[in-house]
Ligand binder design. Structure first.
Ligand code: HEM
Length: 373
C-alpha cells in the first residue's frame, strides 16, 4: 500500500474545506436514507466531526498500531449513535465517492484500491471493538436529572442519576446527549468520584451558539433524561506512578475533573497535599466556591486558592491562575484543565518555568471543550 499517496491525496482533498463534508453527507444520505436519522437534525451549523476524522485516520493507516486503542475506543463509543457493522460499507462508499469527486483525474485504480484497503482495516478494528463491548456494556446509559442549579450567568451544575452501574474513574469524561436536543453529543467531565447512589455531577458552561450547552444551562429540568456514553480519557486520571503532593490548575468549568480527583484522594485516605488553584475571569465566574470552601474546611491537606484575572475590584488574589500556581510549585505533578486556550497558555508557562513535561497532566476531553459550533 502506498501510504504516502493516501496522505498526499487527503491533503489535496481537504483544501476544498467545507465542500468536502457537504459532498460526503449528500452521497451518504442519498444512497442510505436510513442513516440520516443518526445525525443531528440540523447539519448546517454543525462543525464537521466525522469526515475530517475519517480522512485523517484512514490516510494515516501506516501508524495504525499506535492508534489502535483510540480506534477501539471510537468503535465502542460509536454504539451510542446506533452504528452497527452493517453501516461501515456505506460510510466507506461515501468516502470513496468523495475522494473521486475532489481528486478528478488523480483518482486512479491503484489509489482507489489503497483507500479501500486502508478504510477496511480501520473499520475492522472499530467493528471488532464494538462487538466485544456489546457483550459487556450497553451502547449508552440513561441518567435522570435530579438537580439543576444555575450558579452564575451561563454556568449550571447538573446532578443526574444513572439507570445502572456505570464504571468510570475520576478525571474521565463521557459523551452526553440530552432528550431536548436529540442526537447532539458533546463531551463533559464528571465532577465527582463514583458514588454509591450512581449519581454524577456535570459543570456545564453555555457556549456561544451551542445547542446542547444552551439547552442544559437554560432548559434542563428535574426528570429530564440524559444519555451518557462510556467513560473515556486516561490523561487526567491518577496513575499509580503519580505519587507525592499535587498542584491543580483549573480554568472555568475545567474545575470539574479536578474536583473529582480531590474527592478520590479524600476517599482513598489523604496521603498527599493538594493545592487547587481555581482561575476565573471575574469573581462571578467562581461558580463553585461554596462547595470547594467546605471541602477545604473538612480536609486540612487541601488548599484552595481562587484567582481572578479580569476584575480590578476583586479583593482576593488577582492574576492568572498559572502565575499564582507557579509561586507555590515545589516539584509536584501538575494537573491542568480548562479551555483549549487556557490549557495551551498554562502548559507553555509551566514548561518555561522548568516544570518537566512528564509532570504536566492535561486532557483533550474537558468540560470546556464540550465545544459546539
Ligand atoms: C473508519 C470509520 C469511522 C471513523 C474513523 C469515524 C470517526 C468519527 C469521529 C472521530 C467522530 C467524532 C467523535 C464523536 O462525535 O463522538 C465521528 C462522529 C460520528 N460518526 Fe463516525 N467514524 C467512522 C464510521 C462511522 C460509521 C460507519 C457511522 C454510521 C453511519 C458513523 C457515524 C457517526 C456519527 C452519527 C457521528 C456524529 C456526527 C456529528 O455529531 O456530527 N461513523 N466519527
Amino acid at each position: 500500500m502506498d501510504t504516502q499517496a493516501l496522505k498526499d491525496s487527503w491533503h489535496l482533498v481537504s483544501r476544498s474545506g467545507d465542500q468536502v463534508p457537504l459532498y460526503f453527507y449528500s452521497v451518504l444520505f442519498l444512497m442510505n436514507p436510513d442513516v440520516r436519522d443518526m445525525f443531528p437534525v440540523s447539519m448546517a451549523r454543525q462543525r464537521d466531526r466525522l469526515v475530517g476524522a475519517l480522512g485523517q485516520v484512514v490516510s494515516n493507516v501506516d501508524q495504525v498500531e499506535e492508534v489502535v486503542p483510540f480506534l477501539q475506543q471510537l468503535g465502542r463509543d460509536h454504539r451510542k449513535f446506533a452504528v452497527t457493522a452493517a453501516h461501515y460499507p456505506a460510510v466507506g462508499q461515501a468516502l470513496l465517492a468523495t475522494l473521486e469527486h475532489f481528486l478528478g483525474e488523480r483518482w486512479t485504480p491503484a489509489l482507489a484500491h489503497d483507500w479501500t484497503q486502508a478504510y477496511n482495516l480501520v473499520a475492522q478494528v472499530m467493528v471488532e471493538a464494538s462487538n466485544e463491548a456489546a457483550k459487556v456494556s450497553p451502547p449508552w446509559w440513561e441518567a435522570e436529572i435530579i438537580g439543576q442549579e444555575t450558579r452564575t450567568l451561563g454556568i449550571a451544575v447538573i446532578r443526574a442519576r444513572l439507570n445502572y452501574q456505570y464504571p468510570f474513574r475520576p478525571g474521565q469524561s463521557a459523551s452526553i446527549s440530552y432528550s431536548m436536543r436529540p442526537r447532539i453529543w458533546r463531551f463533559y467531565s464528571f465532577a465527582n468520584a463514583p458514588r454509591q447512589d450512581n449519581t454524577i455531577d456535570l459543570h456545564v458552561r453555555m457556549v456561544d451558539g451551542g445547542a446542547l450547552s444552551s439547552a442544559l444551562v437554560m432548559g434542563a429540568r428535574r426528570g429530564d433524561v440524559l444519555r451518557v456514553g462510556a467513560a473515556v480519557g486516561e490523561r487526567l486520571t491518577l496513575a499509580p506512578d503519580v505519587t507525592g503532593d499535587l498542584l491543580m490548575i483549573a480554568g472555568g468549568t475545567g474545575l470539574a475533573p479536578l474536583k473529582a480527583l480531590v474527592e478520590q484522594i479524600a476517599f482513598e485516605g489523604p496521603s498527599r497535599r493538594v493545592d487547587l488553584v481555581v482561575g476565573a475571569r471575574t469573581s462571578r465566574d467562581l461558580y463553585d466556591l461554596e462547595a470547594l470552601g467546605k471541602m477545604a474546611a473538612e480536609h486540612p491537606w487541601l488548599n484552595v486558592v481562587p484567582v481572578v484575572s479580569h476584575d480590578p475590584f476583586y479583593r482576593g488574589t488577582r492574576g492568572y491562575a498559572v502565575d499564582v500556581a507557579l509561586q507555590g510549585w515545589r516539584g509536584q505533578h501538575v494537573f491542568v484543565c480548562g479551555s483549549e486556550e487556557m490549557v495551551q497558555a498554562t502548559n507553555g508557562r509551566l514548561l518555561d518555568a522548568g516544570v518537566p513535561s512528564e509532570q504536566i497532566h492535561f486532557d483533550e476531553f474537558t468540560s470546556d471543550r464540550g465545544r459546539e459550533s
